[in-house]
Write a protein that binds this ligand. Structure first.
Ligand code: BDR
Ligand code: CA
Length: 319
């Protein structure tokens, strides 16, 4: 039986790649897509998501708008990375799909309760919708099988030297999710950065006669224009890798470590602190009130070539 999932997205180039990959996998049953402000504003995220579903000729999957901003700070989009509309320069036709009448949090609740087997949430944007769900419906949350989230890093950041964008955008929300007790798998920058399309594959996709493959070629081949005037290629499958980790965990190495989020205002706001010490520290010895940190499963490395092959395989035109 296909695994029931909800994707929580801020579509976004690599969220679009994740939607495409998830839809193409027969072992996933996408029950709903919930949208959050992140890479672009939430209304644009909804439009982008619906346009990608059209490209896939997907059935009528509920798409719901959620949080328009992080819990505390104003939204700070990443349109310089994803293009003004969030979807590179793909220019997909506007969709006639109508978003759900309910808020993303209500759709999450409804689908989690309706699922006959516990459902997996794949969170690919800032964690605001998940934090709102956890605070509004704490009992429902216990029915989630696992949240797989793209976010954080055990090494360096991207939004700041130490913080990854999704966590940096809403650190309070990330902290609520991390401390919720729901089983978590973190797909952070440690693996996110490793799955890269090479020039040959990009050329193949861009020259394809198949519209889906051409669209993926355009998404992967988008040149990022930094506000400083530099441009650079960024052919990562990104968020789609988190979905690969769900369907093919054997291609990844996972470790379990205590993790917390820094949400104090300062240089390290939004950093995921991964406690990889193997011995006791003075913090534990001298601070008896220190709560144990939640232990999180984290993808630390992967067989990037095989992950890329898995992604590519999902793009093969269906007979
Ligand atoms: C994450 O931030 C967004 O720009 C991407 O879609 C991805 O989810 C990477 O830091
Ligand atoms: Ca994303």
């Amino acid at each position: 039986m296909a695994r029931p999932v909800i994707l929580d997205v801020d579509t976004g180039i690599d969220d679009a790649l994740a939607l495409i990959f998830a839809h193409r996998r027969g072992d996933l049953d996408v029950r709903a897509i919930t949208c959050v402000a992140g890479n672009t504003g939430v209304d644009q995220v909804v439009l982008n998501t619906c346009a990608v579903l059209d490209l896939l000729a997907a059935p009528d999957i509920p798409v719901a708008a959620g949080a328009t901003r992080p819990l505390v700070e104003p939204p700070r989009d990443a349109s310089w990375v994803h293009g003004a509309g969030g979807l590179a320069d793909l220019a997909l036709p506007p969709s006639a799909r109508q978003p759900a009448a309910l808020h993303a949090v209500e759709i999450l609740r409804r689908e989690i309760l309706a699922a006959a087997t516990p459902l997996t949430v794949v969170a690919l944007g800032p964690l605001t919708n998940l934090a709102l769900l956890i605070r509004t419906y704490p009992d429902v949350v216990n029915r989630i099988e696992r949240i797989v989230f793209m976010g954080g890093s055990a090494s360096t950041g991207n939004a700041s030297p130490v913080a990854e964008y999704n966590i940096w955008h809403d650190p309070e929300a990330a902290a609520i999710m991390l401390n919720s007790g729901v089983p978590l798998t973190m797909y952070g920058l440690d693996v996110y950065r490793r799955v890269i399309a090479d020039t040959a594959l990009l050329g193949e996709l861009k020259a394809s006669t198949d519209p889906l493959q051409r669209a993926v070629g355009a998404l992967l081949g988008f040149e990022v224009a930094a506000p400083t005037g530099e441009t650079y290629a960024n052919p990562l499958i990104g968020d789609a890798g988190a979905v690969c980790g769900l369907v093919a965990p054997e291609l990844f190495e996972f470790e379990t470590w205590p993790v917390q989020v820094e949400f104090a205002r300062g240089l390290s706001r939004g950093q995921t602190l991964v406690d990889r010490r193997r011995t006791l520290g003075e913090d534990a010895v001298h601070d008896s009130r220190r709560e144990p940190w939640p232990r999180i499963e984290m993808a630390m490395s992967c067989d990037a070539e095989r992950v890329m092959a898995l992604f590519k395989d999902a793009l093969r035109p269906k007979d």
